[in-house]
Design a protein around this ligand. Structure first.
Ligand code: ATP
Ligand code: MG
Length: 563
């Protein structure tokens, strides 16, 4: 597991609150939590929450500071252990460790039930036999107060009896609920006698058929936090209006601690959708190949795409923690990826759209030279490697033009360019097929020009990448682009599926790669010079047998131009 960077965290308003709580002696322990519901794979929004919550725990070395990984698995219908396993793997891959602190909210079902009974005994909860429809209409709206349920004044005994029978399975789904008795006139809709428990005859992944009543999030979450002695329960802004209810349950239930909820703004990213429900549709309807499709900003998709976890952490750090809702430009994430890979990815040469070059003045058909080239000019410690050069090469088709305009500095009839790390070559002719396609070009190399300036009379202003044809290897290269063609797919009139980018994946079945890439392992990332950053595909690449590379990110932001 890679170690998180020790970059000093920005002091955001929540870190200030925590520092102050320690200073005034309100706490001597800091406990945060990351509480995913296991109903899908994690995405980059969750990464922000993970980096934040685990990051705070890491801030404090001298005191007991921890971050719990808690599965909020109180909803029996949508949860699967596949999701539990993927979430654990994703948190670890991001560089964080929950240690002993792994919890499942479903292990607290008895405690929730006890708290509900306690509230009934205090006259603070009642069983409502209205239909869900009636409950909804009687809640009123922001301008109209709600109407009390006709069942609101049931006696404690009757409520205890009905609640026990709800639990025992005597009643059908939807026939009754347990509600908190707070008031129907509050201006905060969340406080109008919110539902605490509903009847669901469903099998739960952990508790099986033990329960047929399940707690609502707003009731369960504060109790989970309190049971685990969470000091600061950090959540996104949508929950700001739920905080009075959070505090009400903490105040009125027999809990062992007083956690404090603090909200921050969620991460929104342009050109993507983040809700798990929408991601699930993309997966289930086959718009992508799975949760780990490299075009998705799921953590598993980013891993398969070759995004380094350190770059994701830097991105979250850069976005920061505030209370202002905003949308972050995808280009910022991509800039972090490039920045990280520029320093650490070794350079290789690969030609994606190959055009044959024949060097007509080469000493012989079989003559081959070995050139020493740097693995990473940005990092001398990366060393050098040898690449072979023979009579025939592959270059990129668009590095040659039959009738080049003045500003085109690469190859054309009579023009010269340098082979990266090698000789300068001059184009002397080309061949065309019947259909007018250039099939190969002819060049002469100029001896003694490796690492040296062009001789007098030769104009050479560009260095192009190339691959020796006799030793090159074939690979499948997958070019990924943004999955959506508009900045805000959620706002699209025809729905987010109506603006999928049709060019988000293009497959090049036979790219030509330099021979050293035959041994590329699972998980390696390279810069293909002048082309972009590429990693081996974690599913389909088999070292030395079937080479499959994913484009992690292009070298430049091509979207900035389009906009
Ligand atoms: P989604 O809305 O994408 O389905 P969710 O909020 O329902 O996500 P949970 O599993 O409940 O998903 O989330 C776990 C934690 O991650 C919560 O604390 C939640 O606030 C946080 N989280 C989810 N999405 C984001 C986001 N976009 N930015 C920051 N934090 C997020
Ligand atoms: Mg949720």
């Amino acid at each position: 597991m890679s170690k998180p960077s020790n970059k000093k965290e920005k002091v955001d308003f929540i870190r200030e609150i925590i520092a102050n709580d320690l200073e005034i002696g309100k706490h001597d322990t800091i406990i945060t939590r990351f509480p995913p519901e296991p109903n899908g794979y994690l995405h980059i929004g969750h990464a922000k929450s993970i980096c934040f919550n685990f990051g705070i725990a890491r801030d404090y070395a001298g005191i007991d500071a921890r971050c719990h990984l808690r599965f909020d698995d109180t909803n029996p219908e949508k949860e699967e252990s596949e999701y539990v396993n993927s979430i654990k793997a994703d948190v670890q891959w991001l560089g964080f460790d929950w240690g002993e602190d792994l919890y499942f909210a479903s292990n607290y079902f008895d405690f929730f039930y006890d708290c509900a009974q306690h509230l009934i005994n205090q006259g603070l909860a009642y069983v409502d036999s209205q239909s869900p429809e009636e409950i909804r209409t009687h809640r009123g709206n922001v301008t109209t107060p709600g109407t009390p349920s006709p069942f609101r004044d049931r006696s404690v005994e009757e409520n205890l009896d009905l609640f026990a029978r709800m639990k025992a399975g005597e009643f059908e789904d939807g026939s009754m609920v347990l509600r908190a008795k707070i008031g129907m006139t509050s201006s905060n809709m969340n406080m109008r006698d919110p539902v605490m428990y509903r009847i669901m005859h469903a099998t739960h992944h952990n508790t099986g058929d033990d329960w047929c009543v399940y707690p609502m999030y707003d009731f369960a979450h504060p109790l989970e936090d309190a049971l685990e002695h969470i000091t600061h329960s950090l959540c996104t802004l949508e929950f700001e209006n739920h905080r009075p209810l959070y505090d009400w349950f903490i105040k009125n239930c027999p809990v062992p601690a007083q956690p404090r909820q603090i909200e921050f703004s969620r991460l929104n990213l342009s050109y993507t959708v983040m809700s798990k429900r929408k991601l699930l549709r993309l997966v289930q309807e086959g718009h992508v190949s799975g949760w780990d499709d490299p075009r998705l900003l799921t953590i598993s998709g980013m891993r398969r795409r070759g995004y380094p976890p350190s770059a994701i952490r830097s991105f979250c750090h850069r976005v920061g923690i505030t209370k202002v809702n905003s949308t972050t430009d995808m280009a910022i994430l991509e800039a972090e990826i490039r920045n990280e890979l520029n320093q650490h990815a070794e350079r290789r040469m690969a030609v994606l759209d190959p055009l044959k070059v024949v060097i007509t003045n080469w000493p012989s058909d079989t003559h081959s030279e070995r050139l020493e080239v740097p693995n990473n000019p940005a990092n001398h410690e990366a060393g050098t490697r040898e690449v072979s050069l023979g009579k025939e090469l592959w270059i990129e088709r668009d590095d040659f033009m039959e009738e080049p305009p003045n500003k085109f500095f690469r190859l054309g009839p009579g023009r010269s360019a340098r082979l990266r790390g090698g000789y300068i070559i001059t184009c002397t002719g080309f061949e065309k097929s019947d259909t007018g396609e250039i099939t190969e070009i002819h060049c002469e190399f100029i001896p003694d020009t490796i690492g040296k300036d062009a001789p007098d009379g030769v104009r050479c202003r560009a260095a192009i990448h190339w691959v020796d044809a006799s030793t090159s290897i074939d690979a499948e290269v997958r070019l990924y682009d943004r999955l959506f063609s508009v900045e805000n797919p959620d706002a699209e009139e025809g729905g987010f599926l109506s603006c999928l980018n049709n060019d988000s994946l293009s497959v090049i079945p036979h790219a030509k790669l330099e021979a050293s890439l035959a041994s590329a392992d699972q998980g390696s990332v390279f810069q293909f010079e002048r082309v972009g950053y590429f990693c081996t595909d974690s599913v389909d690449h088999i070292t030395g047998e079937k080479l499959v590379f994913n484009r992690t990110v292009a070298l430049k932001d091509s979207w900035a131009k389009k906009k």
